[in-house]
Design a binder for this molecule. Structure first.
Ligand SMILES: [Zn+2]
Length: 151
């Protein structure tokens, strides 16, 4: 896919992140794309649901499997505004997604290229991934959120 497409889809994930922001949730958004079409959207809802697993990319994969009627998310690409944590990166291997595109890196909890490089290990399913897509917008939103929290 061309860069233009990546930016378009990441912008859609950022729209979801802004929804989280307005709900006083850590602003992370995600979308699932199959064959160039968005099949699911979600944002972080951990506080609203009091559910540790309610991360944007986790919810978007659950919505995608429901929509496709299969836990095998083959040919599905996930766009998420923040580098996934170990739980979500693990779920990506389990659900067999094709590609992962993320925005900002998460130096404290990221499991793709920060704390861990989970996806680089020889699991039975390999995921192609790229980071730093529109990361300025994603990190700006996170910074604004934590600024708001402190004030
Ligand atoms: Zn996560």
């Amino acid at each position: 896919m061309k860069n233009k497409d990546h930016n378009y889809f990441m912008n859609e994930a950022l729209k979801e992140a802004k929804k989280a922001f307005l709900k006083d949730e850590v602003p992370v958004g995600a979308i699932a794309v199959k064959h160039g079409k968005i099949i699911a959207r979600a944002h972080n809802l951990r506080e609203s649901k009091q559910d540790f697993s309610a991360h944007a990319e986790f919810i978007v994969m659950q919505k995608a499997q429901k929509k496709l009627g299969s836990w095998r998310l083959e040919d599905v690409s996930i766009y998420v505004t923040l580098e996934p944590c170990p739980m979500c990166a693990g779920a990506m291997i389990q659900s067999r997604i094709k590609d992962l595109y993320f925005g900002a890196k998460d130096p404290k909890a990221g499991a793709v290229c920060s704390v861990l490089k989970l996806l680089d290990n020889p699991f039975n399913h390999q995921i192609h991934y790229e980071g730093d897509i529109l990361f300025e917008s994603a990190s700006e939103l996170l910074k604004d959120f934590f600024k708001k929290l402190r004030s």
